[in-house]
Design a protein around this ligand. Structure first.
Ligand code: HEC
Length: 156
């Protein structure tokens, strides 16, 4: 039910409903939300171009690497399931479908640099509000661990 509501809301946003408060949004694939919107408790935007803030500038997937994904799955069980479920909202967002709303580089950066992201990245700031100000603290993942997780998310 909740997933349905979120979906309906996303549609509403992408249809460009009139908003009066101060914010900057471009409709379509890229939606940039400034932090003023944060209080409105809106469903996070879809932004496939933003790469976030952190060590990863770009990530282009090639052939799916099953072995790497299997490592990611183990890590996910160890470090992430306290707050994330695959297919439904929990303490943090559902992870399934992540690449339909986020650039792979952004996903890498939220894993590797969450503390700075939730302070400075507009999408992460919005997510923080939407998830009751629960902070995704830094899990001290190595680059390779984050990359394995990113691979695992491809095939959920
Ligand atoms: C303490 C709880 C917690 C843990 C542990 C945690 N997260 Fe998060 N995560 C969150 C919350 C809450 C958010 C939303 C942003 C915020 O409020 O900080 C989030 C956001 C995310 C997002 C962005 C989701 C979106 O829809 O854009 C990804 C990806 C993510 N986390 C991956 C992970 C991975 C991978 C791990 C394990 C290595 C992990 N998280 C561990 C709480 C957590």
């Amino acid at each position: 039910m909740r997933a349905y509501l979120i979906f309906a809301f996303t549609l509403l946003i992408s249809c460009g409903s009139e908003q009066t408060s101060k914010k900057k949004m471009t409709y379509g694939q890229k939606i940039t939300v400034e932090s003023e919107v944060a209080n409105e408790n809106k469903t996070p935007s879809i932004d496939l171009s933003a790469v976030g803030i952190g060590p990863v500038e770009s990530l282009t997937f090639t052939d799916y690497n099953e072995e790497l994904a299997a490592k990611g799955e183990v890590l996910f069980g160890q470090k992430c399931t306290a707050c994330h479920k695959i297919d439904k909202r929990y303490i943090g967002p559902a992870i399934k479908g992540i690449y339909e709303r986020r650039n792979p580089a952004w996903v890498m950066n939220i894993m590797l640099n969450p503390t700075e992201m939730i302070k400075k990245d507009p999408i992460a700031i919005q997510l923080l509000k939407d998830y009751n100000n629960v902070v995704m603290y830094n899990q001290n993942l190595t680059f390779d661990e984050a990359r394995a997780l990113a691979e695992y998310f491809r095939n959920l």
